[in-house]
Design a protein around this ligand. Structure first.
Ligand code: FES
Length: 605
């Protein structure tokens, strides 16, 4: 065997996942191959420092000398994306580098809707075949369906048809035929209800629900990280990855399809049902996630004027995108509005009822990208802001996602700054809701000026750090913390940029509708981060308009709720199309007032 033929084993601990790779493969590539969800915010560019791992054993390439790697090295880590495998290697992946085990929001609004799905299941019991009745199986079932007058079947999905002869004979000439419009798409044993799958594919997280299409009841749900995150944190990084190589778009498509299959299997196992009983799925996501799950090109979305390839709602077979449901199952995707306002926002508007609200309502779907809608004065307006990774803990010195050990809550109690970490685990970083609280608190106790600068000597915990003044939130050793956790001036700046983007989106929509923030009667805050953030902190730092607390409603995953509604109700699906048609999209970056409004919104109130 020559060196070129050699492969090495990479063993990822504490997960116990192993894979074999060629010499020179990076640890990030090996992690992807092994199915280890490693953070890679910059998509493997060696700049973000989120893919830190510890080499426990084996030979790897020398350090890259990049700033991010120098910093990681100082704490005993290497960057997985910059480190090549030169022998069998054992690697430790710290919790802060893992995409798994993080909080994904699946709870959302519960809305009552008449169950009227697009797919219909009909029980048939055709006459058993004998030498006097030699009709073909399909003819026999079609005749029985005609007699039942329940559904009219004009054609059969070939995959469903392939199952028919055996199913008929296995179940004593009784079965359920599931039809969509006039096509028979699936067969179920008698008495087994047809299931539907509703999925909200976020840039960071996925939430999925399995629903009984006859009763409308949600039987099971689960959330997980979007496995594409290993290819870049935000939409732009995914687009860049897709452009890099001819095979990358297909790879991203495959990765999300596998992730959806895994999540569906997991939910079905928990409710003791078979994914093959799922006959229709409704998928929503931002426009980029929508395109990537379909395998549509995303290049045009990365370039001005940032256009979608497809805006209309779309139906296709689940198997065409690699989803393992009933063999003839169909998939419906709600319409997109623009390159950066996608079907997930349409879904959120549908679930929150913005389109038919009598109240002047602002709806914010807070995520890596925040989509904002305003319903008022008979208009429905929307825009999108790049609020992003800062709320997910990225670009924050000690930031991390909402995982165990992340500081999620900070308050001043009896004059002391107190904090709480997720699951009470030893603090290892700060997640989005924590950093928001932190800035509100630092402003409240006079450490921050309105422009975000820290005041020297304003508090015993303010000290000079490598990048200017910083506030020591947790000292090493405190409650088992492995190191100091700080809030820096740069962190404050990142949040100022993100909150200003969001606030200026709201202000510009209001001015387009001829309204003032004091006219807002209701603010709906949706999305995973939107669920956990403290509204008072959001108001305190100027992210939200200064309105009474009771006007804010945190609704959880409203996009997931909208997907469930569209799965269960034909009229909701029609309404989603109406919403997309009615919605007036405002492009913020070219809006004449954007720069001025944004500059004003940067200050801390
Ligand atoms: Fe490795 Fe960003 S530094 S992915």
């Amino acid at each position: 065997m020559t060196d070129l033929d050699a492969t090495f084993t990479v063993d990822f601990q504490p997960l116990g996942r192993r894979t074999r790779v060629a010499p020179g493969t990076t640890l990030l590539e090996a992690a992807r191959q092994a199915g280890v969800g490693l953070n890679a915010i910059c998509g493997g560019g060696g700049t973000c420092g989120t893919c830190r791992v510890r080499i426990m054993d084996g030979e790897v390439s020398p350090p890259s000398n990049s700033r991010a790697e120098d910093k990681a090295m100082a704490e005993g880590f290497r960057l997985a994306c910059m480190t090549k495998v030169l022998s069998d290697v054992r690697v430790d992946v710290p919790p802060s580098s893992m995409t798994a085990q993080q909080r994904a929001q699946v709870e959302g609004l519960e809305r009552v809707v008449d169950v009227d799905p697009f797919v219909r299941a009909t029980d048939v019991a055709p006459q058993p075949a004998d030498l006097h009745d030699m009709r073909a199986d399909v003819t026999r079932v079609n005749d029985a369906l005609r007699e039942s007058r329940d559904v009219l079947v004009k054609r059969w999905d070939v995959h469903a048809m392939r199952q028919l002869p055996q199913m008929l004979r296995d179940h004593n000439w009784q079965l359920r035929v599931v039809a969509k419009d006039t096509e028979a798409i699936a067969l179920l044993p008698p008495g087994v209800s047809a299931l539907g799958l509703a999925v909200d594919i976020g840039t960071t997280k996925i939430a999925a629900y399995v629903i009984d299409l006859e009763s409308g009841i949600t039987l099971g749900s689960a959330g997980t990280m979007n496995p594409q995150i290993a290819y870049g944190e935000d939409v732009m990084a995914r687009i860049a990855y897709a452009l890099n190589d001819d095979g990358h778009l297909a790879e991203l498509q495959r990765v999300i399809a596998n992730g959806l299959n895994e999540l569906t299997r997991q939910i079905c196992a928990s409710i003791e049902r078979d994914p093959a009983n799922i006959v229709e799925a409704v998928l929503v996501g931002n426009t980029c996630m929508h395109h990537l799950v379909l395998g549509l090109p995303v290049k045009q979305m990365g370039l001005s004027p940032y256009l979608a390839a497809l805006a209309d709602s779309y139906d296709l077979k689940a198997r065409d995108i690699g989803l393992q449901l009933a063999p003839g199952a169909s998939v419906h995707l709600l319409p997109n509005i623009a390159g950066f306002v996608g079907a997930d926002h349409v879904s959120m508007v549908l679930a929150a009822g913005l389109h038919d609200s009598d109240l002047i309502t602002v709806g914010l779907d807070v995520g890596t990208n925040t989509e904002i809608s305003l319903a008022g004065n008979g208009r429905l307006l929307s825009c999108s802001t790049a609020s992003g990774p800062a709320f997910e803990g990225a670009h924050i010195q000690d930031g991390m996602r909402a995982a165990p050990g992340a500081v999620e809550w900070i308050r001043v109690i009896d004059g002391e700054v107190r904090y709480q970490s997720i699951d009470g685990a030893p603090p290892v970083g700060i997640c989005g809701s924590g950093i928001l609280d932190g800035i509100a608190v630092l402003r409240q106790i006079g450490i921050l000026r309105a422009n975000g600068a820290m005041v020297a000597d304003s508090h015993p915990r303010v000290r000079k750090g490598d990048n200017g003044l910083e506030f020591v939130l947790v000292s090493a050793g405190e409650r088992g913390a492995p190191r100091d956790i700080v809030i820096t001036r740069r962190d404050v700046n990142e949040i100022q940029l993100a909150k200003a983007a969001m606030r200026s989106g709201v202000e510009i929509l209001l001015s387009e509708a001829g309204l003032h923030y004091s006219d807002i009667q209701r603010v709906i805050v949706a999305g995973a981060f939107g669920t956990y953030l403290d509204v008072d902190s959001g108001v305190a730092i100027g992210m939200f308009p200064p309105l009474p607390r009771e006007r804010f409603v945190q609704v959880g995953n409203a996009a997931g709720t909208g997907a469930r509604l569209a799965l269960l109700s034909r009229s909701c699906r029609d309404r989603a199309i109406e919403i997309a048609h009615r919605m007036e999209y405002i492009e913020l970056t070219t809006h004449p007032r954007f720069v001025e409004v944004y500059a004003d919104a940067l200050a801390l109130p």
